[in-house]
Write a protein that binds this ligand. Structure first.
Ligand SMILES: [Zn+2]
Ligand SMILES: [Zn+2]
Length: 240
């Protein structure tokens, strides 16, 4: 064993390499654990741009939204739920860079031909700003901005405290976020083509409300991208 291999092995004992999605310990020369390698809930083409589901899972009937389309690399299930929990609640900002890589691949597939002016992100409400170390949507947007060269904008703001969307039934989510978002700098978004970033799309109500405000302030078009999309139940009508 040469010195490098020896020090790598010692380092692995104290700082073991972890699978970026589920967090289990993996061998140093692997990128993912075997379960994640084989079973990631990838959203496979062809994809419905209205709801972000694979067309085989789409039940949105192409309902119109204020954003033109939404795409994501994964469904929000299994190890991707674990991954989001590790990023968000265990406050691991380094994971945002890894997950932005997955979003960047989708960006290249779906949005490479669009001439974006700005990247905006779904902002935290005032109480979340106080209680959380970082806004994962903002960090994902920042890394995407670095990779794409598109300017990062913090024009969107959240005007008052709102209940977390995941605590609310689908039908009430639109009402929960109605009027909650504002635009700080209207001139910055006027006539611009905007990429809107969030970590998870559930019903799409939050993305739609943010896109609505950007459009009200004159943004020409808004396209959305998230790390994960919650798969709609086939017997529930998706709300935007
Ligand atoms: Zn894994
Ligand atoms: Zn659809």
């Amino acid at each position: 064993m040469n010195f490098k291999k020896f020090f790598d092995a010692v380092g692995w004992i104290f700082f073991p390499k972890r699978c970026k999605y589920c967090g289990c310990v993996i061998e140093p020369d692997r990128a993912l654990c075997s379960n994640c390698s084989n079973n990631l809930p990838e959203i496979s083409d062809p994809v419905c741009g209205f709801c972000g589901h694979s067309k085989a899972d789409c039940i949105c009937k192409s309902r119109k939204s204020y954003y033109s389309s939404v795409f994501a690399p994964f469904y929000y299930e299994n190890m991707i739920k674990t991954a989001v929990g590790r990023m968000k609640f265990r406050e691991n900002p380094a994971l945002c860079r890894d997950f932005a890589e997955d979003m960047y691949k989708v960006f290249l597939q779906k949005y490479a031909d669009i001439d974006f002016d700005l990247i905006c992100y779904v902002p935290f409400s005032p109480d979340k700003i106080k209680s959380r170390a970082f806004n994962q949507a903002e960090l994902l947007a920042k890394h995407l901005s670095e990779k794409t060269g598109i300017k990062l904008s913090d024009s969107l703001c959240c005007l008052y405290n709102i209940k977390s969307q995941h605590r609310i039934d689908g039908a009430d989510r639109k009402g929960n976020v109605f009027g909650a978002y504002g635009v700080v700098n209207g001139e910055e978004v006027k006539d611009k083509t905007v990429l809107l970033v969030d970590d998870i799309k559930t019903t799409g109500a939050t993305l739609d409300e943010c896109a609505k405000m950007l459009r009200l302030y004159g943004a020409e078009k808004v396209y959305a991208i998230t790390f994960a999309v919650a798969k709609a139940q086939k017997n529930i009508t998706i709300d935007s």
